[in-house]
Ligand binder design. Structure first.
Ligand code: SAM
Length: 164
């Protein structure tokens, strides 16, 4: 898999955080299918999540996958799955700045996780060939793209869902 970035296992953990040694990687056969272009050049420039983002981004799909876009112009919103290529991967307990006590990685939306896969439901503004213009993007410029799926309000919205 190309462009996997540089996981930062050597950054010091914050007090209360727990890092674990990572087992040898298995090859899931992932292929990056494009890149997401955004105004954000550093992680601290990025909005914390899509709700806090007013930014527009460009999803640049590799032309090899152009046929897969057929019908997408009918979607008002789409899911983007992307690879947080600059995140460390070894923390299982984290103390994010906005949370007051340690929390498990799988109870967080942090980019720091064994497989740094992120997801965002974004508004589809326009389809220009193999470029999708989208609104409410929260990732770094150049973030590798894993997948695109239609957002279905009938399936993907759970108004009564609770969270920690
Ligand atoms: C909290 S994550 C949420 C990501 C996604 N919307 C989700 O919920 O899965 C967003 C943060 O990840 C960081 N980030 C963005 N792009 C990244 C990248 N390519 N590699 C590592 N960290 C990234 C930024 O600090 C940004 O504020």
């Amino acid at each position: 898999m190309s462009g996997a970035g540089k996981p930062r296992e050597n950054d010091p953990a914050r007090p209360g955080e727990v890092a674990v040694p990572l087992p040898e990687a298995t090859d899931a056969g992932l292929r990056f299918i494009g890149r997401i272009r955004t105004p954000f050049k550093t992680r601290s420039d990025c909005p914390r999540n899509i709700l806090q983002s007013t930014a527009e981004g460009r999803v640049e799909l590799d032309p090899n996958y152009a046929l897969g876009l057929q019908g997408i112009e009918g979607c008002s919103h789409i899911w983007l799955l992307y690879w947080m290529h600059e995140a460390r991967r070894d923390l299982l307990v984290q103390v994010p700045k906005h949370v007051d006590s340690p929390r498990g990685t799988f109870a967080l939306r942090s980019p720091v996780r064994p497989n740094p896969i992120a997801m965002a439901a974004v508004k589809l503004l326009a389809v220009e060939g193999t470029v999708l213009r989208v609104a409410h993007i929260d990732c770094l410029d150049g973030t590798p793209l894993l997948d695109i799926k239609p957002y279905f309000a009938s399936i993907d919205s759970i108004p009564e869902a609770s969270r920690p």
